[in-house]
Design a protein around this ligand. Structure first.
Ligand code: SF4
Length: 309
């Protein structure tokens, strides 16, 4: 049997990432540089460097932006305190938060305002979780693991559970099960917080792992959803590596594998996948078979500040 590549579909950009990048591009073309962006617009170094070349300026804190300038808020969302500070400083805010993250923020507010302790399943230091928790910090506790869930104290309050959008479905399930064991029935949103793009990319990786013995995930170290794809692949029994592009491909690491799976996180540009396919072809993996587990046709409307640009 020939050496081949199984290419995951869906892979690469999701609708929220597409939208966030388009917002910055449109602002740059309408207003010219600099356009300030608070935090990496999406967690991919290639995207950030390309936008920097076009004139975007990325800052860690809105206090670094001169008064009167445009401040784009990244796809991951921010706490209300950040918006208030932007307003106080006279910045012109354009919000590139993904609507699916905004949905989780709304859940946090609704549950906290109806007397719940909000258990937010996620990584405490991830920027999305910091933003969501910031909606109602006094009523929200970040729960990082089933062990932490088992130790949680609710002080008699009913417990509601929400989650970061880019976690592994299986990890969330384990933590929610532990919360249920401790508190009984939990209040939960009607639809999962793990977004469609995260779910589809994880489903595709599980399918690849049925045949591929090595799965390459293209994405930056900072990308939560790409990191989770590596974990999901390993749990499914394959070897898995996170690479930031074809230049990080280790020839020796791939050579022992007949079938290689290839996917990319939701913030990874498709060009990096194409370049990796070319590189693999040069190493003898010329046959590429696309494995499609879902078709995505999701688009989010642009904010009004750029919709007509
Ligand atoms: S991964 Fe999901 S939540 Fe995050 S930007 Fe993409 S669609 Fe939105």
């Amino acid at each position: 049997m020939s050496r081949r590549v199984l290419l995951a579909a869906p892979r690469s950009f999701c609708a929220g990432v597409d939208r966030a990048i388009e917002i910055v591009e449109r602002l740059l073309s309408e207003h010219g540089p600099p356009i300030y962006v608070r935090h990496q617009i999406v967690h991919n170094d290639h995207v950030v460097r390309r936008l920097e070349r076009l004139g975007a300026v990325f800052v860690d804190d809105e206090d670094e932006i001169p008064a009167g300038e445009i401040c784009v808020l990244s796809a991951h969302g921010v706490a209300p305190a950040v918006r208030e500070n932007c307003e106080k400083r006279g910045l012109r805010v354009v919000d590139a938060v993904c609507p699916l993250v905004s949905k989780v923020h709304a859940e946090a507010r609704r549950y906290a305002d109806t007397g719940h302790l909000v258990a937010l399943v996620g990584h405490a230091d991830h920027v999305e979780v910091i933003g969501t928790r910031g909606e109602r910090p006094d009523s929200t506790v970040v729960v990082e693991s089933p062990e932490a869930a088992a130790r949680l104290e609710s002080d008699g309050r009913p417990v509601a559970v929400i989650s970061q959008t880019t976690l592994s479905l299986d990890d969330v399930r384990a933590t929610v099960d532990a919360l249920e064991q401790r508190f009984g029935t939990l209040t939960r949103p009607g639809a999962d917080d793990i977004c469609y793009a995260t779910q589809n990319r994880q489903d595709a990786v599980k399918r690849l792992a049925e045949e591929a013995t090595l799965i390459l995930v293209i994405g930056s170290q900072t990308s939560s959803n790409a990191q989770r794809l590596v974990e999901v692949a390993r749990i499914a029994g394959a070897e898995a590596e996170l690479i930031d592009g074809e230049s990080e491909l280790d020839d020796d690491a791939v050579s022992g594998h007949e079938v290689i799976g290839l996917t990319a996180g939701a913030s990874t540009p498709g060009e990096l996948v194409d370049a990796t396919i070319e590189r693999l072809a040069a190493l003898g993996y010329g046959e590429v078979v696309e494995i499609t587990v879902a078709r995505e046709d999701v688009h989010f409307r642009l904010p009004r500040e750029v919709a007509s640009a």
